[in-house]
Design a binder for this molecule. Structure first.
Ligand SMILES: NC(=O)c1ccc[n+]([C@@H]2O[C@H](COP(=O)([O-])OP(=O)(O)OC[C@H]3O[C@@H](n4cnc5c(N)ncnc54)[C@H](OP(=O)(O)O)[C@@H]3O)[C@@H](O)[C@H]2O)c1
Length: 307
């Protein structure tokens, strides 16, 4: 694929989309973004053509993608809340794929999740499976990447584990804490995405980093490196969720949801595939130990305060 053309990235002023856009620009690819957050300050914003993510106007959505050969789709809704939910995310994503087809986009590089399953009782995982199938049926060329969990500067989950460790003397662990996670560095993830954007064959691949942690070991590792060796207390889900709701009310956010805990405890953020990322989370925490978790990363605020 000719890299001198134009590629579209959803959410180029968000988290993973920002890293994908940056790498594309470094490679000399012109970048368009479809975003809800056009005014969020980003160092290279002037180099990017910005369009709104207008799901209520499918013609405009298609026009935004005209001239783009590849679409990197990061769009998704993390959890159900008042104004957003997974069915909306599925519906909107399907509109985006249709718009891409109409606009003449040739390839989609799509961010999915480890272990998507159409029969999953968890709408995150079933919704992602529906989207994977839609992409496979679309007739477009595709690369479907399945990350377990991303880490990097703008990250929410790992950052907020560190924040909790900094803030509280006792930190709760849902259940036995033996369920596993395989974090991948957002830069590694973006590199994979951009590599796939330059190819043409259809591929589905897990996107996991070189370390696998049991959840308790992950929390211990972060605590040790940032100098907060806290008491880790196993707690039943109902109690843990009640505690996260209380903390959530303090920070005006939803820290974690019941279904996210179910996904984690069902080992859905773990796969047996070879690691694709090279950066270890342990190294990254060591390099960022003075900043990680110093500020709470607020998911809901990102969705309302878009500047
Ligand atoms: N982050 C992780 O640890 C992780 C782990 C596994 C899989 N993934 C998958 O990787 C993809 C990218 O994740 P990310 O963390 O990099 O996402 P992100 O940048 O926070 O968001 C990606 C895009 O979705 C939009 N979006 C997110 N939540 C929304 C909401 N509630 N309402 C409307 N629009 C919303 C963003 O809007 P703006 O344009 O306003 O920024 C952006 O365009 C997603 O498909 C996710 O499922 C992420």
């Amino acid at each position: 694929m000719d890299s001198s053309t134009t590629h579209a990235v959803t959410g180029a002023f968000g988290y993973s989309g920002k890293y994908i856009a940056r790498l594309l620009l470094e490679k000399g690819v012109s970048v368009h973004t479809l975003t809800n957050s056009k005014d969020r300050p980003t160092e290279y914003a002037e180099q990017i053509t910005v369009h709104p993510l207008k799901f209520d106007d499918e013609d405009e959505l298609a026009r935004s993608l005209e001239g783009c050969s590849v679409l990197y789709n990061t769009y998704w809704i993390r959890f159900n809340y008042k104004t957003a939910n997974h069915s909306i995310a599925v519906e909107n994503s399907l509109k985006l794929f249709e718009a891409a087809k109409k606009a003449g986009v040739q390839r989609i590089v799509h961010s999915s999740i480890t272990n998507p399953d159409i029969n999953s009782p968890l709408p995150y995982f079933s919704g992602k499976a529906i989207l994977e199938q839609a992409i496979k049926d679309s007739g477009l060329s595709y690369a479907i990447l399945r990350p377990a969990i991303l880490f990097g500067e703008e990250d929410i989950l790992i950052n907020n584990i560190a924040w909790t460790l900094r803030k509280f003397p006792i930190v709760g662990i849902f259940g036995d804490g033996k369920y596993k996670l395989q974090p991948i560095w957002v830069d590694d993830y973006a590199r994979m995405a951009v590599e796939q954007g330059m190819k043409t064959e259809n591929i589905i691949m897990d996107a996991v980093g070189p370390e696998t942690f049991a959840y308790t070991d992950l929390v211990k590792m972060i605590g040790k490196i940032i100098g907060r060796n806290r008491i880790l207390l196993r707690m039943p889900d109902w109690f843990g969720l009640m505690m996260t709701k209380i903390i959530g009310a303090m920070v005006h956010d939803i820290l974690v949801t019941k279904t996210e805990i179910k996904g984690l405890k069902s080992n859905l953020l773990h796969v047996d595939s070879e690691p694709r990322g090279t950066k270890k989370l342990t190294e990254w925490i060591e390099e960022n130990k003075s900043t990680v978790g110093m500020k709470y990363a607020n998911e809901l605020q990102r969705r309302t305060d878009r500047a």
